[in-house]
Design a protein. Structure first.
Lengths: 306, 358
């Protein structure tokens, strides 16, 4: 049974950064902005977290630094796309490229040093319950944050007035503007939130997942997070399922290989991506449902006409 | 894109320094093309150590230059040629897929010497190829693993099913079987050279499946950290990774390119450089074992003895009797493998608990 607990913990570790980054991007896209810079913000968060934890010796300072740097980096995107009305797709891509390069430069002196690990929390008695103790009461803090964050976002988007305003901006910025909603301000805040989340996701990578810094260590996870948002058709609940499905398939295929399941390894390694595509196709079949959930103004720039 | 920018910026720098050299005195200039950053703490790091050794060996007589993050595609052509045009006398291109760009550049610049790592094409007389017998170190690792393993199974994190990797896996299991004929090896393919989180996932999965030794043919130190966290042992790859697992690393295969680079630059200085194809191993000091740590003295002694035997040529890992995974005999008793089979190896030997992806 301990093996199962250990496997589930591996799945949680693999899913957590995806879930956090995707939760942030979901809010951004719900406000009608497409930020393709997730990978760049994530890796900036990773290097900031590692460097801060290394210098201060405290992984929690590292996590805070990741959040701040991720948000600050997304501010660049917000300024370019909202204030200067630059193309969102191009700016997002540029942000990713910049982040990958800049993080490599900043992190150069931190390469080759083992990092400070954010240890799993340990609640006496509760963490010692067989199997579920470790899973429910014995993980790192960022795991709990990821779940709380998702629940908070779900509640915010669908149960609060501010959430309704954010969604209305994402569906039709002109109508929202006519109603007196501050479109640009809301989008700024959404983008900053998305940046903070992506930064924290990167921090999870360099503090919990693999406590080290190497150039390009996000290795495409930002793009997976972007795909998950579409996969979830912009619904928080489905995002949770998507992120954990992806994590479970990722870990599961390694176990399948280790056990010696007679399926070619190349197929198994591509399984997480195949699973994503299959679900995307299934979702796309229900056009009406997709239409309802897709933010109608997604990716379009807003220029107030009066 | 980022890599291109780096390469572009760097080629400008190279051109400038080349001009400075044109009106200076005749130093020998050795130039290096790298696939990754010099701080990758693995493959490229070791090549750069070789470059530094060249500087140390010849002092004022040489000048070196390098370009990092050069993509493994046709784009590599431009930086290689920029080097060739700007006063480099010898150019080392240090990754497999620089093969065609290197040969093309060599045809255009017949006076410049080219050295391509791990390749096999030498289309003009100014191209050499070189590689190392890393599998010799794998054999030693296999012996260590089988000597200290309690579960009788090791885990191998593999990148791509190319001969180089398959050879390593086979050498490992043959080494292990020389100690314990029933020793088993689980292999997990990650389809990447470098993805730290994925390498960590693979290590966790292998450990959960009951292996108590991890070895890898991928470039990051992630697996070493996981092994350390889970309290099992592991082997470092390409570079000494002891910092990432002070109580975990048994030894590491260190790629030492320094002797070769010094030898070849000297040949250019002396005017004796000729095209060649070398595959050096422990005998030339290009494959070095990191100190044997975290193991009993008798195991360390065995490893030392085996490495010495490989070094002086009295032991060749691929010596019969060896049976293939499918049960057919590959090498009869005492028979040694020919080089061609080793270079194109596409089958497992008995004891590997995996089906080789084709």
């Amino acid at each position: 049974m301990d093996v199962w607990a250990s496997i589930i913990l591996s799945v949680c570790a693999a899913s957590t950064p995806l879930l956090i980054a995707a939760t942030g991007e979901l809010v951004v896209e719900r406000s009608g902005v497409l930020n393709l810079g997730v990978e760049g913000m994530m890796i900036m968060g990773a290097v900031a977290a590692f460097a801060t934890a290394q210098v201060t010796g405290n992984p929690y300072f590292g996590a805070v630094a990741a959040i701040i740097v991720g948000a600050a980096f997304s501010l660049l995107f917000a300024f370019l796309t909202l204030t200067l009305v630059a193309n969102q797709v191009a700016t997002g891509l540029a942000l990713t490229i910049l982040g990958l390069g800049l993080s490599g430069m900043i992190g150069e002196s931190f390469v080759g040093h083992p990092g400070v690990r954010m240890e799993a929390i340990n609640i006496p008695l509760l963490s010692d319950i067989p199997v579920i103790g470790k899973i429910i009461f014995g993980q790192d803090l960022i795991f709990y944050v990821s779940i709380a964050l998702l629940a908070g976002v779900a509640w915010f988007l669908f149960k609060t007035r501010a959430g309704l305003m954010l969604r209305s901006v994402g569906d039709s910025h002109n109508s929202a503007h006519a109603l007196g909603i501050q479109v640009i301000k809301i989008r700024y805040m959404a983008i900053l939130f998305g940046g903070a989340c992506a930064g924290l996701a990167g921090g999870h990578l360099s503090l919990v997942y693999v406590p080290q810094w190497v150039e390009g260590m996000t290795a495409g996870r930002g793009w997976i997070a972007l795909a998950l948002v579409v996969f979830a058709s912009w619904r928080p609940g489905r995002l949770l399922i998507g992120a954990y499905l992806f994590g479970a398939v990722t870990i599961g295929q390694f176990h399948a290989q280790a056990v010696g399941v007679p399926i070619p390894a190349q197929f198994l390694t591509s399984l997480p991506y195949l699973a994503t595509i299959v679900v995307l196709v299934l979702i796309a079949r229900n056009r009406r449902l997709t239409m309802i959930n897709t933010p109608a103004a997604l990716g379009t720039s807003f220029v107030p006409d009066r | 894109m980022k890599k291109t920018l780096f390469a572009l910026a760097a080629s400008v720098a190279v051109m400038l320094s080349g001009q400075a050299l044109a009106d200076g005195h005749a130093k020998t200039k050795a130039c290096f093309i790298y696939i990754g950053p010099t701080g990758d703490f693995g493959w490229t790091y070791q090549h750069d150590q070789g470059r530094l050794a060249v500087e140390a060996a010849f002092g004022d007589k040489v000048e070196t230059a390098y370009l990092e993050n050069v993509p493994e595609s046709a784009e590599a052509q431009r930086p290689i040629e920029a080097f060739a045009r700007n006063g480099c006398n010898i150019i080392f291109t240090t990754s497999f897929n620089y093969m065609d760009p290197t040969n093309k550049a060599a045809k255009k610049h017949p006076k410049v010497k080219f050295e391509h790592a791990t390749g096999f094409k030498r289309e003009s007389p100014n191209v050499s190829t070189y590689s190392s017998k890393f599998y010799q170190g794998r054999y030693v690792q296999g012996q260590i693993a089988a000597s200290i393993s309690k579960t009788g199974v090791a885990g191998y994190i593999a990148s791509f099913p190319i001969p180089e990797v398959v050879r390593g896996i086979n050498a490992f299991i043959l080494g292990a079987q020389s100690v314990n004929p029933d020793y088993k090896l689980k292999v997990v393919w990650v389809s990447t050279w470098f993805d730290p989180p994925k390498e960590a996932d693979a290590a966790k999965a292998l450990i959960d499946q009951g292996v108590d030794i991890i070895t890898q043919h991928t470039d990051s130190t992630a697996a070493m950290q996981v092994a350390s966290e889970r309290g099992i042992k592991a082997f470092g790859q390409a570079s000494d990774m002891i910092k990432f697992g002070p109580n975990t690393q048994l030894t590491a295969i260190i790629d030492d390119w320094a002797p070769y680079y010094v030898e070849r630059v000297k040949a250019v200085i002396d005017g004796t450089w000729e095209t060649q194809d070398v595959w050096h191993g422990m005998d030339h000091g290009s494959v070095v074992m990191a100190p044997y740590t975290n193991m009993p003295d008798d195991v360390a002694a065995l490893a030392t003895k085996t490495a010495a035997a490989i070094k002086d040529g009295s032991l060749e890992p691929f010596t019969g009797p060896v049976t293939k995974q499918d049960g057919t005999v590959w090498l009869k008793d005492g028979e040694k493998s020919d080089i061609g089979t080793l270079l194109g190896m596409n089958f497992y030997v008995k004891g590997v608990d995996d089906k080789l992806p084709q």
